[in-house]
Design a binder for this molecule. Structure first.
Ligand code: OAD
Length: 227
């Protein structure tokens, strides 16, 4: 039986594809007040601003390609049962060819009803305009988990992580809960690797740190896990 390898990714893995992270210098939250564009209160206050923000993100996604880090993770499937738990709303893991991807914070290429988040439709890279309606007649909204909302995929993520033989964390500042708490769900004997060019506060001991950007870091990880 293949060993279970769970990979938790954040915006840092897509940085070398040209997509901005959130909290780095020049990151998205420097130019957009996070509670205006990524909270349920922001949506109630000014939905047009929120729609514009995600329409821009979707448009940028159309110009981005999976990088060698996304692609490298696919190679690990030859030896391991790889499951990716991502905080990212882009689709670069899927486009690279990863077969099991769980999105904690939603997906840019989907929209849902503002009345019922479980009414989901694929929209590809199309914009959502004010006045666009879901099948139930309510305003269509981005399929994103905003601050102030529950994270429905969390239960499945905890189940994956709690069975992991190896956990790899890539490109996340571990600022946002509950996602950041997943490290604590890994079994005691789970090997943990962390790839990030900057220091990330981790509460667990024995974490193997690879202080590199994702593309270089994943190359090193592959050396360690495949050779
Ligand atoms: P952050 O912006 O908080 O953290 C990005 C991390 O990526 C940092 O630790 C950087 O050091 C690292 N990084 C930067 N460039 C990198 C590179 N080339 N390779 C590898 N790592 C690199 O982004 P997240 O942790 O993803 O949620 O943010 C988590 C959540 O906060 C997001 O999903 C989003 C945001 O608010 C919502 O909007 C709900």
């Amino acid at each position: 039986m293949k060993q279970k390898l769970v990979i938790l990714t954040g915006s840092g893995i897509s940085a070398e594809s040209g997509l901005k992270t959130f909290r780095d210098a020049g990151g998205l939250w420097e130019n957009y007040p996070v509670m205006d564009v990524a909270s349920i209160e922001g949506w109630y206050r000014n939905p047009q601003v929120v729609l514009r923000f995600y329409n821009e993100r979707r448009q940028q996604l159309g110009t981005a390609e999976p990088n060698e880090a996304h692609k490298g993770l696919v190679k690990l499937e030859s030896r391991y049962e790889v499951r990716i738990v991502t905080q990212n709303v882009d689709n670069l893991h899927e486009r690279a060819g990863s077969s099991q991807v769980l999105h904690l914070h939603g997906e840019l290429t989907k929209a849902c009803s503002s009345r019922d988040k479980f009414h989901v439709t694929d929209i590809g890279l199309n914009a959502i305009e004010w006045g666009d309606k879901a099948a139930d007649g309510s305003q269509l909204r981005p399929f994103i988990v905003w601050f102030g909302e529950a994270v429905p995929a969390m239960e499945e993520a905890i189940e994956w992580v709690s069975q992991a033989d190896i956990l790899v964390v890539i490109g996340t500042s571990l600022n946002v809960y509950p996602a950041a708490g997943l490290l604590n769900d890994a079994p005691n004997n789970c090997r943990i690797y962390l790839i990030d060019p900057n220091e990330v506060p981790v509460q667990r001991r024995g974490v193997h740190i690879i202080r590199k950007k994702a593309v270089e870091g994943v190359k090193e990880l592959i050396e360690l896990l495949l050779n």
